[in-house]
Design a protein around this ligand. Structure first.
Ligand code: 1VU
Ligand SMILES: O=CC(=O)O
Ligand code: MG
Length: 350
């Protein structure tokens, strides 16, 4: 483990100083695009105008024979595309793959100043982050990159899950963690072919209303198989001062279930999610921008309790120091999002 006094020292001579606070721009969705797809590249400026973050994906979903053109396509995006200030991220191939060394080397040296965050898949422990941390520092120094590129881990193996806290704390470069429900399901041997979301077999069941007939009057309710994982990931991230994200929802046509999964993650503390298709950008924007009615009530709490202390009744509900802090979370997020969004500003009454 690094000495606390050395934690914020660059890992290579000439690399930029690590950041002390993780920047928190609007991060409601990380929009995935395939940089080997010329059509998607051409559309990227229009997508970037709607999305909070765009990510050129080099890993799973990009076929083996397009790995190199995806990397080259992302370099072209970094050098030429006008993204209007929307952060550009990448997801590189996994650390045991034959492509990752060239992914990181090429991207940092060619477009290091345009790249905000590198997402690392299948992270299993702090050692994976330490490896990338040092490599990126060496490449930043070599290329003269002026601000540090941050790292984001995908939580998608049982081993990574067991080590989530040490991953979150592994480096000052750590920006956040996303849930990877597809790989995680496979790693855990969960019995589902779905990418994120619930499963009709994962239910809880009410008691029978007829002792003789066990079929009568029983209500089944689907449970969220990701509840434990998301909640633990949120605690690991918040305790390390980094940002937790839900991940992919693969049933693109089921916009209703997608919205429900995103909302469950938002309520549990995630700041955003992935969008795999343009339709999911709007869902994420709606879900990860707090509900105006809830913001209005939170504002009322803050206005009614200027010093945030003591016990109060507001609209029949008890409020105290702790619920004032809850209100502050919602209002602070609403204020931040309203800064660049006239529609939200009006909806929140700022
Ligand atoms: C499972 C674990 C993971 O690793 S998830 C992360 C890896 N997967 C991905 O990154 C998938 C990204 N998404 C996609 O490739 C596509 O959206 C998939 C899912 C294949 C669906 O594409 P397609 O059948 O073309 O959808 P569509 O006909 O409804 O498309 C309508 C127009 O929108 C475009 N589009 C689609 N997806 C994106 C995207 N992610 N970013 C930008 N544009 C996108 C399509 O090209 C299509 O455009 P046009 O109307 O033909 O001009
Ligand atoms: O990479 C994401 C996943 O769900 O697997
Ligand atoms: Mg995965």
């Amino acid at each position: 483990m690094r000495h606390p006094r050395d934690f914020f020292k660059p890992l290579a001579v000439g690399a930029p100083e690590p950041v002390r606070e993780i920047p928190v721009p609007p991060s409601r969705m990380i929009h995935f695009f395939d940089p080997s797809n010329e059509k998607m590249r051409a559309k990227l400026p229009a997508i970037a105008a709607k999305a909070d973050i765009v990510l050129g994906n080099l890993e799973d979903a990009v076929p083996v024979d397009r790995k190199e053109s995806a990397r080259a396509g992302l370099v072209e995006v970094g050098k030429t595309a006008d993204l209007g200030g929307t952060p550009l991220w990448t997801r590189v191939n996994s650390l045991e793959s034959p492509w990752v060394l060239d992914d990181i080397t090429t991207l940092v040296t060619e477009i290091g100043d345009q790249l905000d965050v590198i997402m690392i898949p299948k992270v299993e422990g702090a050692e994976d982050i330490h490896y990338v941390d040092r490599l990126v520092a060496q490449l930043e120094a070599k290329a003269g990159v002026t601000r540090p590129i941050l790292l984001h881990a995908i939580l998608e193996t049982a081993q990574g899950m067991a080590n989530v806290e040490e991953i979150a704390f592994a480096s000052p470069r750590m920006q956040g963690i996303s849930l990877g429900p597809a790989d995680l399901a496979a790693s855990r041997r969960m019995k589902t072919t779905r990418v994120g979301g619930g499963h009709p077999g994962y239910v809880s069941i009410s008691d029978p209303t007829d002792a003789e007939d066990l079929e009568v009057g029983r209500v089944r309710a689907q449970q969220d198989p990701w509840h434990y994982t998301v909640a633990r990931m949120v605690d690991a991230c918040v305790s390390a001062g980094i940002l937790p994200f839900y991940g992919p929802f693969g049933d693109i046509k089921d916009t209703v279930a997608c919205e429900a999964q995103f909302r469950a993650a938002f309520i549990l503390g995630c700041v955003g999610t992935w969008s795999l298709h343009p339709v999911q950008i709007d869902i994420a924007k709606k879900v990860f921008s707090p509900d105006p009615a809830e913001v209005a009530f939170a504002k009322k709490i803050i206005e009614s309790i200027p010093d945030g202390k003591g016990v109060h009744m507001i609209d029949g509900k008890m409020q105290d120091d702790a619920s004032w802090k809850q209100a502050k979370v919602l209002v602070t997020l609403a204020e931040q999002l309203a800064q660049d969004d006239e529609e939200l500003k009006a909806a929140y009454g700022f």
